[in-house]
Design a protein around this ligand. Sequence first.
Ligand code: FMN
Length: 187
Amino acid sequence: MKEKIRFNFRRLYASYPRSAVVATSYDGERKTAMSLVWHTPLSFDPPIYSISVAPKRFSHDVILRALTFAVHFFPYERAELVERIGSVSGRDVDKFEEFPLPHLMSPLENPIIEGAYLVLDCEYLDHRLIGDHTLIWGEIKRVYYDPDFVEMAEDGGMDLKVVRPTLYMGRGKYATVDLSSVKKLRD
Ligand SMILES: Cc1cc2nc3c(=O)[nH]c(=O)nc-3n(C[C@H](O)[C@H](O)[C@H](O)COP(=O)(O)O)c2cc1C
């Protein structure tokens, strides 16, 4: 192994692919949508999900005013949409009007965009500035899912049926899972 102390973390795409999602929110005035690869679950019970948002994003202040956000998982076939949502700012374009983004509003008043196979509808719990990003976390109050792609078990668990997740490789490159590579190592 070689060692390197000076490296560009912004371009450390060797640590990718990462799943790319879209977060939405609505503060009563503007709806917002941004793409994210920095997102992660934090707790099973209660179910807590987090997103890491740069303060300069239009979505940052909208989410912190709204105190709610929804996290969308789109299939690989919608990667172009994820790229587009993550390439322009709501400061310049109303993505919901211009693209457009057909959606319904959740009881938390989060836009739920059509075409996602899974959406986590989250209520804000807290946030913390970590370096140049703000980690925002919230409790998942409900999920929306597409039964064509997601299988719901009796115990409320959910599995992917056929969907190909959207993975981001950096530098505008997207990939998905090669289903022939899946190994089941446990019953
Ligand atoms: C695939 C992809 C992943 C991204 N991941 C993040 C991320 O994790 N955090 C972040 O702050 N911005 C991320 N961005 C950038 C924002 O999505 C982008 O700046 C977007 O235009 C912000 O929109 P807004 O200004 O309307 O909020 C990502 C962009 C793309 C295309």
